[in-house]
Design a protein around this ligand. Structure first.
Ligand code: ATP
Ligand code: MG
Length: 228
């Protein structure tokens, strides 16, 4: 499903060059649950932005479902993101003073759906993400961190994405809430979604089936858990 060959990413700010990725090669099959782990500044978010077709590598190739992503134009890239990818960001990016339900409905606002259809779909996604039903009409800024994260997961599911990319989804959560959120990801994995999750906590990475470690822009190890 995903194939990366020798991805390099160089950021240039004035005279300063930062090499964030120094040649990363790996592939990910449909239905895998992969954690990408590494210290701060190691290139995790850079890699996720490339995988999510939000940014392009300086060199190297990225194939998604057999298509070379760097050869696509802007329209094709946004189609690809809309059809295949769900994003969960660390900062949630929820609209404040807006209900849980409205936040989740948002990604389909400009799609060919009625308000009722969007609402129905949002409720399904919220339940899927383990969100309590009595919170659907709360404002998003009146939720706990774990609840906000579940809303963000629900929102990422609205387009029924084959791939879910999550950047530090438990970064701001306590241990117990982190585990609840990770169990939600495990369930999505069992339902067939491909999940790629970034974290800097080894304990969180253990929820995945495969752990790719990255350090200084280089893949250090890539370990698959043997099935029990
Ligand atoms: N837009 C940018 N312009 C210049 N340098 C950048 C940019 N984005 C990231 N970098 C640099 O690239 C390197 C990798 O950054 P990246 O955000 O991928 O790290 P990360 O592994 O996600 O770290 P963290 O765990 O702190 O989120 C860092 O040295 C960072 O300063
Ligand atoms: Mg990051």
């Amino acid at each position: 499903m995903i194939e990366c060959r020798d991805l390099r990413k160089v950021y240039t700010n004035g005279d300063v060059e930062t090499v964030a990725l120094k040649g990363a090669s790996f592939s990910i099959e449909k239905g895998e649950f992969v954690a990408i782990i590494g210290p701060s500044g190691s290139g995790k978010s850079t890699l996720m932005h490339i995988l999510g077709a939000l940014d392009s590598p300086t060199s190297g190739t990225y194939f998604l479902d057999g298509k070379e992503v760097s050869k696509l134009n802007d329209d094709e890239l946004s189609d690809l993101r809309r059809e295949k990818i769900g994003f969960v960001f660390q900062a949630f990016n929820l609209l404040p003073r807006t209900t849980v339900l409205r936040n989740v409905m948002l990604p389909l606002l400009y799609s060919n759906t009625t308000e009722e259809e969007r609402e129905e779909r949002a409720k399904v996604c919220l339940k899927y993400a383990g969100m309590e039903e009595n919170k659907f009409y709360n404002l998003s800024n009146q939720l706990s961190g774990g609840q906000m994260q579940r809303v963000a997961i629900a929102r990422s599911l609205m387009n029924n994405p084959a791939i879910i990319l999550a950047d530090e989804p438990t970064g701001n959560l306590d241990t117990k809430t982190s585990h609840i959120v990770m169990e939600a990801f495990q369930e999505l994995h069992q339902k067939g979604h491909t999940i790629i999750l970034i974290t800097h906590e080894p304990e969180i990475a253990q929820f995945a089936q495969r752990v790719i470690s990255i350090r200084d822009g280089i893949i250090e190890s890539d370990i698959k858990k043997t099935k029990k």
